[in-house]
Design a protein around this ligand. Structure first.
Ligand SMILES: [Zn+2]
Length: 337
């Protein structure tokens, strides 16, 4: 039983939980750029920070195979290590040989190294408080989606109390406009069923008081993971990892390195779709990532959108905000497995 893991590029893949405890308890930062090229200033303290941080990263994630000498001097070995790390993490287009304060390379290093949480998630109030805050947005999105689906199905009256808008919202996120009337009605019933399961996920008892969501106790360096249709697995534990299958795990490093609550709520809604699945036992997969206006989504017919995690997450976000334009944190990507 392999979980679906949202990796640090935000693409979900079926993979084993890695489980490695964090080598660092503190976010790292630099004052000026480190590396090669005209932007690099290579302050001695900054270079030491980067050398120490890269030494803590496993070669699997792009860390140096031979540890760097921590001498504060940015020589050829340090420059090669920076380039190798960027190439491993971002491929050629994200490898420019320089690490700038607050930019993607330092963020990724922190995603890989940072953990302020002890292994017992219930023991850390700060982590819990953050999940509770995100949960508020998640719950509002789920309730707004449920209200939208009910409104779309409401009897027609002399006055349109939003029924037309509710139907358009369903059509644009799930491409229901292409379906015959009967199939469209069935699709809406199924979407309603998915969001009913979502609302039950919010009510599941758990250590943090945050439904099925937990801070990952395994130390996996990636964003989040859960088990497909895990909602239905009861109290079954993963035989090797000894973690419950009916939970959604938020990565203690990568997830909690994201400071944008809206973005976190979106990730949580996405994970919930994998976790509950489609009425009748189907699996909700990733057929494309993105907003309904992205060509990674427009190319998907209704049958695929109904089984696509981002379609539920984007629909619920629009139902909550009332805004049909694409939020900054939604990224388009093709997915392939
Ligand atoms: Zn996914």
């Amino acid at each position: 039983m392999k979980p679906i893991v949202m990796e640090n590029d935000h693409i979900c893949r079926r993979d084993n939980v890695l489980g490695s405890l964090p080598p660092s308890d503190q976010m790292i930062s630099i004052d000026l750029p480190v590396g090669s090229g005209f932007k690099a200033k290579n302050l001695e303290t900054d270079v030491r920070t980067i050398q120490k941080a890269l030494n803590q990263i496993k070669p699997l994630h792009g860390g140096p195979t031979v540890p760097l000498v921590v001498d504060g001097k940015c020589g050829p070995k340090t420059n090669t290590a920076i380039w190798n790390f960027q190439f491993k993490q971002f491929k050629a287009k994200g490898a420019d040989g320089v690490i700038e304060p607050g930019k993607q390379t330092i963020q990724r290093i922190n995603q890989l190294l940072f953990s302020s949480a002890p292994v017992d998630p219930g023991a850390n109030e700060e982590i819990r408080a953050r999940v509770v805050k995100h949960m508020n947005l998640v719950a509002k999105s789920v309730h707004a989606a449920q209200a939208n689906v009910l409104l779309a199905n409401s009897p027609s009256g002399a006055i349109d109390l939003g029924k037309g808008a509710a139907n358009s919202r369903l059509d644009r996120h799930f491409a229901l406009g292409s379906l015959a009337a009967g199939a469209r009605e069935q699709a809406i019933r199924n979407i309603h069923g998915v969001f009913t399961m979502f609302s039950n996920v919010l009510l599941m008892p758990g250590a943090m008081g945050t439904g099925a969501f937990e801070a990952d106790p395994t130390g996996d360096p990636r964003i989040a993971f859960t088990f497909g249709n895990g909602f239905f697995f009861g109290d079954v534990k993963h035989p090797e990892k000894n973690i419950a299958l009916n939970r959604i795990y938020l990565g203690r490093r990568a997830f909690f390195a994201i400071n944008d609550s809206e973005f976190c709520a979106f990730i949580m809604l996405h994970e919930m779709a994998h976790f509950v699945g489609f009425p009748g036992g189907g699996f909700i997969d990733d057929h494309g990532r993105g907003w309904f206006t992205d060509d990674t989504i427009t190319r998907l017919p209704a049958g695929k959108r109904l089984l696509n995690a981002d379609s539920y997450a984007t629909f619920a976000v629009e139902c909550r905000t009332g805004n049909s334009s694409k939020p900054h944190y939604v990224k388009a990507a093709n997915t392939s497995r």
